[in-house]
Design a protein around this ligand. Structure first.
Ligand code: ADP
Ligand code: ZN
Length: 733
């Protein structure tokens, strides 16, 4: 939509401004000198402060006109588009998130109100240098190759492989121009005409189908299901190319920051330059640049984490959600939204295509494809010679293994045989730290967190006990905190650190690396480590969930899952689905190059239906069975859920409110819904706050948000109580 079709407010007319302050109402202001457009980002006075806002609607005029203040200034950024305002409104009402909070999500860039700062850029000049050197020739060649584009000193010296003094020398000679430009400069142009890899027939067919929707500029969602290594990324890069050719923007969401560097390299190979990035590892200046450039069209492709969905795209034509089943797409604090589902909403508002890529889709997406809401495309073969690994169970009931040891003789032998061949093995255990429990052998006391209803996990590298709920740590006690006996505290159960100790003893000649999120200070350190491992320096990789995600380890041919039963315990609705996805994914790490891989799953219940489905690879069978079970119990996607958590310093206060709500459930019953609880939440105390849960279940298609608003709308929360609502909860904690 161009500005001219939007509403314009003349100076002094009343406008309603939404701010990111927790007021939950659009406030009236007078339009500033020169007027403003609907959607303009503005700075307004609020009490003694100046705050950021967006002109959201005409003013309501129900406020004392004498008290209405004037908009201070209109920010120098493109106004928020009508489609974006609608998107924020829809997400807000779906997730019951106040609009102020939605606006905060959409303006997460620092210094939007500041005037643009400047920096120096370099581009080709008019004069010829007095004397050419190799280095100088390279600089000129780079600048000529990229036509009229300009670069920072760092970019140019990297690209030409010269020191900055060479460039400065050329500036003096007039062969290179130094220009002052706003810091928020456009990103380098991606060239979608560059040829991609030659696609296989299946890949080409998949990309053709997605590109059709892009050419026609219509909304559509495609579930792109393909085993790891089948070329899903190649296929969606083609869709990105088609989107860029149409002059529209593309967004690729990735679940894990550590993955971006690999992806950036692939984008650069494909399109000749890197895309814009948006995630927590990006500097504040870059965030601001990204936000502004997305809005002005100076960024064609953004690679980002879930919150990139709220960037002010000018013309978004494609959203790719890679590893769409990943739980990190569900924001679990602040606004509770699922970036996967909201991508579909956003795309439908801008006639864009969505690609949900996964080797192990979520049951919801699988069902949406099954029922015809999404198009499904399968890539069944790995690219090149790699084949899916051979998967087998190790029946732990038949293994001779002393307590406090976790690598069975069968797994031991398998690892040994890989070491002999110079291949890599991965031992997978989804538990951080040394031992999940520390117990006193004198009295049986288990060391818990002082603030949470959780046991403290020993982290031997850090030499401390840590609570995985709140992050609190304390030193390992010498004496039992309960009975006072000294020297009796003992670790129980394995974590990756303890497993590493066992592996070091069993394979003294092997080099090993532990990959666990808490062992790396920064995403950069983690990336560096992963690159080293991929190079093949390491014989045995010991890792948590972190290694399950997309990294390529070409020499890896064996995956040993230490405890395949781990995820099956617990009452979580998604326990089976998650275990299935995680095990298939971890196994997919093995045998990505020429050598075939094997995955061995240590289990005490090899006949468990989920373990059997994992081993047989009967994915459709697994999903059908899961879907049937959910249908029978009215669970998502065949019914709707909302989780309510009430927390308070005193358990009784939280329970009282829970009980009151459960009794006043008429609005929920009116939509044929049910309220369960109150009950203590599975983690009944976090950071010193007691937590009580209610679960609302309603039939599919029931207007659950309206009912919830009515039900909870009347609640007056005493100061120290908090209530949060989670629509479509992913986990119960
Ligand atoms: P996925 O995203 O499904 O895991 P990728 O797209 O990463 O798969 O492909 C796996 C590997 O195979 C990558 O190194 C990729 O470059 C390579 N590859 C896939 N398809 C092709 C192709 N048609 N031509 C050349 N290499 C390919
Ligand atoms: Zn804690």
């Amino acid at each position: 939509m161009t500005e001219s079709t939007q509403e314009f407010f003349e100076e002094d007319t009343l406008v309603g401004v939404l701010t990111a302050e927790p007021l939950d109402r659009v406030l009236d202001y007078k339009a500033p000198e020169g007027g403003c457009w609907l959607g303009a980002y503005v700075q307004v006075p609020l009490g003694p402060r100046k705050v950021l806002g967006v002109v959201w609607a005409p003013g309501r005029g129900d406020w004392n006109p004498a008290k209405i203040r004037q908009v201070l200034k209109v920010l120098d950024v493109a106004p928020m588009r009508a489609e974006m305002r609608e998107f924020l409104g829809r997400v807000g009402s779906y997730t019951l998130t106040p609009m102020s909070q939605m606006l905060r999500l959409a303006t997460r860039a620092p210094g939007l109100a500041d005037p643009p700062s400047m920096r120096k850029l370099y581009r080709i000049g008019y004069d010829t240098p007095d004397r050419m050197t190799d280095a100088r020739t390279r600089v000129i060649a780079v600048l000529e190759e990229y036509g009229g584009q300009s670069f920072t000193l760092g970019e140019l010296s990297d690209m030409a492989g010269v020191s900055s003094s060479v460039i400065k020398g050329l500036v003096k000679q007039g062969a290179v121009d130094e220009i002052d430009t706003p810091r928020d400069a456009p990103y380098l142009t991606l060239d979608p005409q560059r040829p991609g890899k030659e696609l296989t027939a299946a890949q080409a067919a998949a990309s053709a189908r997605i590109c059709e929707g892009i050419s026609e500029r219509v909304y559509g969602t495609t579930l792109l299901k393909g085993v790891t290594g089948s070329g899903k990324t190649e296929v969606y890069l083609e869709a990105v190319a088609e989107t860029l050719r149409k002059g529209r923007q593309a967004l690729v969401l990735l679940p894990e920051i550590a993955l971006t560097s690999e992806f950036l390299t692939r984008v650069k190979q494909r399109f000749g330059a890197e895309p814009a990035e948006w995630h927590s590892g990006v500097t504040m200046t870059e965030r601001r640049r990204c936000w502004r450039m997305v809005g002005q069209g100076g960024a064609q492709l953004v690679v980002g984490a879930r919150s990139a969905l709220y960037l002010p795209f000018r013309d978004l034509g494609l959203i790719v959600v890679d590893e769409e089943h990943d739980t990190s797409y569900k924001q679990e604090d602040g606004a509770l939204y699922n970036a996967r589902d909201m991508s579909v909403l956003r795309a439908s508002l801008t006639d864009a295509q969505v690609v949900l890529a996964s080797a192990t889709p979520s049951l919801e997406s699988w069902w949406n494809a099954e029922s015809g809401k999404y198009t499904r495309i399968d890539l069944t073969d790995r690219f090149g010679p790699a084949v899916m690994p051979d998967m087998r169970a190790i029946d732990m009931r038949a293994e001779d293994l002393p307590g406090s040891r976790w690598i069975s003789p069968s797994l031991h032998r398998a690892v040994e045989s890989r070491m002999e061949k110079g291949e890599q093995a991965l031992l997978f255990l989804n538990r951080r730290g040394y031992a999940p429990v520390t117990i006193c052998r004198a009295c049986g006391e288990q060391v818990g967190c002082d603030f949470c209803d959780a046991r403290m996990v020993e982290h031997r590298f850090l030499k401390r006990l840590m609570c995985h709920q709140c992050g609190e740590t304390k030193p390992m006690p010498e004496a039992c905190p309960s009975c006072g006996v000294e020297g009796k505290m003992a670790p129980v159960g394995p974590g990756v650190e303890r497993l590493a100790e066992e592996a070091a003893a069993l394979f003294p000649n092997a080099t090993q690396a532990v990959l666990s999120s808490d062992l790396f200070g920064s995403a950069r350190a983690l990336k560096a480590r992963i690159a080293e491992i991929a190079e093949g320096e390491t014989d045995i990789i010991i890792g948590t969930q972190l290694v399950a995600k997309g990294h390529n380890f070409p020499r890896l041919t064996l995956v040993g899952v230490i405890d395949a039963d781990l995820g099956l315990q617990g009452s979580d609705l998604r326990a089976a689905e998650r275990t299935f996805q995680l095990m298939r994914q971890v196994a997919g790490r093995a045998g990505r190059a020429e050598r075939p891989g094997t995955a061995l799953l240590q289990t005490f219940q090899p006949e468990h239906p989920v373990i059997r489905a994992i081993l047989s690879g009967d994915e459709e069978g697994f999903w059908k069975a899961e879907a049937e079970e959910r249908r029978a119990t009215g669970m998502p996607p065949f019914g709707r859920l909302a989780g309510i958590v009430i927390s308070a310093p005193e358990a009784a206060a939280a329970f009282d409110l829970g009980t009151h709500l459960a009794r006043a459930d008429a609005p929920i019953r009116a939509i044929d819904g049910q309220v369960f609880g109150p009950a203590p939440a599975p983690i009944a105390r976090i950071r010193g706050r007691h937590r009580v849960r209610l679960l609302v279940k309603a039939p599919k298609g029931a207007p659950i948000q309206g009912a919830l608003r009515q039900w909870l709308g009347g609640v007056k929360l005493p100061g120290n109580l908090r209530l949060s609502v989670d629509i479509d909860p992913q986990s119960f904690y």
